[in-house]
Design a protein. Structure first.
Length: 158
């Protein structure tokens, strides 16, 4: 699947990829412009208590064909805290994907290069048949931002 070079256009591409009978859920603290009727956008902290239940309640039949998490933590400047906050977001996005994705669904999850991203990649590979790492071309020089594209949820989520 070709997603383009920058996440700003991903929601539109995901909506097109799943088609009018599919559904995409996007969760972030700041929402983009609406994309289409098959996309649910929620302004929400993915790590907040009850967030997953709220997302499931907003989805038709509580399921989705695709999950896009472009969330990033507010940086404090304290590396260990920032890394932990990023890891928490990645784990929350994974839990969302596991809860709502249909078997043929896919997830795009933002992360930052480092040990936490390596751990998330290992977990994704356990529960998805195909996991790709995407580094946007338009990112700032020196940015450690990356995205994981996880496709085809395994029948047994190990």
């Amino acid at each position: 699947m070709e997603l383009g070079c920058w996440p700003g256009g991903w929601l539109q591409k995901l909506a097109e990829a799943v088609g009018p009978k599919g559904h995409v859920v996007g969760v972030d603290l700041k929402l983009p412009e609406p994309v289409g009727s098959n996309v649910t956008l929620l302004e929400l902290d993915l790590t907040a208590e009850g967030a997953l239940d709220r997302i499931v309640a907003e989805l038709p039949n509580g399921t989705a064909n695709a999950v896009l998490s472009d969330a990033a933590p507010k940086l404090s400047g304290i590396a260990v805290m920032d890394r932990a906050a990023g890891e928490e977001l990645g784990q929350a996005a994974l839990q969302l994907a596991l809860r709502v994705l249909k078997p043929e669904g896919f997830a795009v999850i933002k992360d930052f290069a480092g040990p936490g991203a390596q751990a998330l990649a290992r977990e994704l590979k356990r529960v998805f048949q195909k996991v790709s790492e995407i580094r946007p071309e338009g990112r700032r020089a020196g940015s450690k931002e990356l995205y994981f594209l996880a496709q085809k949820l395994r029948a047994t989520k190990l």
